[in-house]
Design a protein around this ligand. Structure first.
Ligand code: ATP
Ligand code: MG
Length: 560
């Protein structure tokens, strides 16, 4: 019985389907190959969802996806990063089973292949200095020149390479280079370096090696060693593909993996490069790699994103061959859409102003019924304490309101969500003229939001009973950068010039007592404010909430 081939959803799957149909491949094997030199970001999430998604989709064709740490640069890599990468992939919901690999495990194989290349006359030890290398390389419009060491005897290169490996020479003194074509229009093919001397201990294998393979050499070989069929990478490697193929072909390796490039994810108002994210972390502009403002997976997790919302986002952006910038509103839309259906509603006052209800019976507390989630009638109601002293939002009161301001103002009546109608009767000020408290009367017949006379009230505001309110610190986030397009900056500017100094606003809020009892996984809607969840530093006696996303949906609106 022949297996049915799934229908392709993008150009990468087109290639895979074609390969299965033609019999070029009988299986599908992808990999996610991060360099452990930083924390993963949402761009990596796109790549993870893509690679694991393909393996899953082609499960009938033994679809598998490996995780491979591309640890070929001992200077920047670290075990902390490896651990965070694994935690992030797992959190996103993907499982590499026992296929956790390290390029550093292949160092001996890389080395043996390098010797093969030298013996074939396809690689040589070069002693040009870095400066000379640049000079000899040529430019986009000018061919390069052959190194004077290019035609040295094979025996000599073998001997020097062995001595490089034995640690006889200082860093920068020599390189092993592939012998390809110094006049190639593709600069990557102009005798690229394969090995360099690096006398820095490697975080996994210590000082066993002092020569390190270059990425362009290690990558195709790692793919081949693992039996990868489709090696999916981002567009900037397109010009490296001839080199990728050259190594595999020259070494006459059968059943070669195919490199396929797609456009990397760029997101408006933020940066993706690990180098820039590291700068923000090191400058302590943000509170570590998991700062909720960062586009890192750990930052999104701490902010309150769910794995499902990120997978949904990856799905919606699709895979293309042309670079673009995705509107960050789409990411927000994905989490908002999910939480709108699932999050219980609660009331929290972020900028509190005291209201005294002068005709409320002294000391009386009444439990009112609040609907838990209007989108989920099954969820039912919750009891919320109502009393004669409440907190409301400072912005829900104006002493001299303009026309069409329907919230509280002297003489104006509003509906308190799930409570009563109240009318402002008095404004209490301090010596400087600041409003410190307002007085209202309530209509005892308006319980639940309607009155027997059916009179209309146009404003509806939220509140928290002062005697029952719990203090909470609430973190509100804005864009990390003020500029929408961070991939294409004006001349003479750098990303840090566009950092948003106001990307975090902290508010001292008064919240419903119910919020003390929610568990660490519960995301709630603070009515009229957005979706929130407890920060990792929150505890029941010191509540801290992060705003995941606001309520305003500028993505859905744009779509319409
Ligand atoms: P950065 O430039 O952000 O530091 P990188 O490409 O150096 O990222 P790697 O650890 O080498 O990071 O990437 C691991 C995998 O994730 C690669 O296959 C890479 O192509 C992919 N990847 C990295 N950034 C993005 C992105 N913005 N969109 C999609 N895929 C990405
Ligand atoms: Mg990289």
């Amino acid at each position: 019985m022949s297996l049915s081939i799934p229908s392709p959803a993008n150009f990468i799957e087109d290639i895979i389907v074609e390969d299965l149909k033609s019999g070029k491949r009988t299986n599908v094997h992808t990999r996610f190959p991060p360099e452990p030199n930083g924390y993963l970001h949402i761009g990596h999430a796109k790549s993870i969802c893509l690679n694991f998604g393909i393996a899953h989709k082609f499960a009938d064709f033994n679809g598998l996806c490996n995780v491979r740490m591309d640890d070929t640069n001992p200077a920047k890599e670290d075990i902390e990063y490896e651990d965070s990468i694994k935690a992030d992939v797992r959190w996103l919901g993907f499982d590499w089973e026992d296929r956790e690999y390290y390029a550093s495990d292949y160092y001996q194989k890389f080395y043996d292949y390098a010797i093969d290349l030298i013996k074939m006359g396809k690689a040589y030890v070069c002693e040009l200095t870095a400066e000379q290398m640049t000079e000899y390389r040529g430019t986009l419009t000018e061919a390069g020149r052959n190194s004077p060491w290019r035609d040295r005897p094979i025996e000599e290169s073998l001997d020097l390479f062995a001595r490089m490996t034995a640690g006889e020479f200082p860093e920068g003194k020599m390189l092993l280079r592939a012998k390809i074509d110094m006049s190639s229009p593709n600069i990557n093919m102009r005798d690229p370096a394969i090995y360099r001397i690096r006398k820095i201990p490697h975080h996994r294998i210590g000082d066993k090696w002092v020569v390190y393979p270059m990425y362009d050499y290690a990558h195709p070989l790692s793919d081949w060693i693992e039996g990868i069929t489709h090696s999916i990478c981002t567009l900037e490697f397109e010009d490296h593909r001839p080199l990728y193929n050259w190594f595999l072909e020259t070494l006459e390796l059968p059943n070669r993996p195919q490199q396929i490039e797609f456009a990397r994810l760029n997101l408006s108002y933020t940066v993706m490069s690990k180098r820039l994210l590291l700068q923000l972390v090191e400058a302590k502009f943000v509170d570590g790699w998991d700062d909720p403002r960062l586009p890192t997976i750990s930052g999104l997790r701490r902010r309150g994103y769910t794995p499902a919302s990120i997978r949904e986002f990856a799905d919606r952006i699709g895979v293309a061959k042309a670079d673009s910038i995705v509107d960050i509103n789409l990411l927000w839309f994905c989490i908002r859409d999910e939480l709108n259906a699932t999050a219980p509603r609660a009331m929290a006052v972020l900028d509190p102003l005291k209201v005294k209800i002068t005709n409320w019976p002294e000391g009386k507390v009444e439990m009112v019924q609040a609907q838990i989630n209007p989108n989920d009638p099954e969820a039912g109601f919750r009891e919320v304490p109502f009393s004669g002293e409440l907190w409301i939002e400072r912005s829900d009161f104006m002493e001299d309101p303009p026309k069409k301001y329907f919230r509280l103002a002297p003489g104006q009546e509003v509906r308190l969500i799930s409570g009563y109608y109240v009318t402002c009767t008095d404004v209490i000020k301090d010596d400087e003229g600041n409003v410190v408290e307002i007085h209202c009367t309530y209509d005892p017949e308006s319980k639940g939001g309607t009155t027997p006379d059916g009179r209309r009230v146009r404003g509806t505001i939220h509140w928290v009973s002062a005697a029952h309110a719990v203090d909470a610190k609430v973190n509100l986030y804005e864009h990390l950068f003020t500029r929408e397009n961070m991939t294409n900056l004006p001349p003479d500017t750098k990303p840090m010039d566009f950092i948003n100094e106001n990307s975090l606003e902290v508010s001292s809020a008064k919240v419903e007592p119910y919020l003390q009892s929610i568990d660490a996984e519960t995301r709630v809607q603070f009515m009229r404010h957005g979706y929130f969840w407890p920060d990792k530093e929150s505890s029941s006696d010191a509540l801290v909430f992060n705003r995941i996303v606001g309520l305003k949906d500028s993505w859905g609106k744009k779509k319409k």
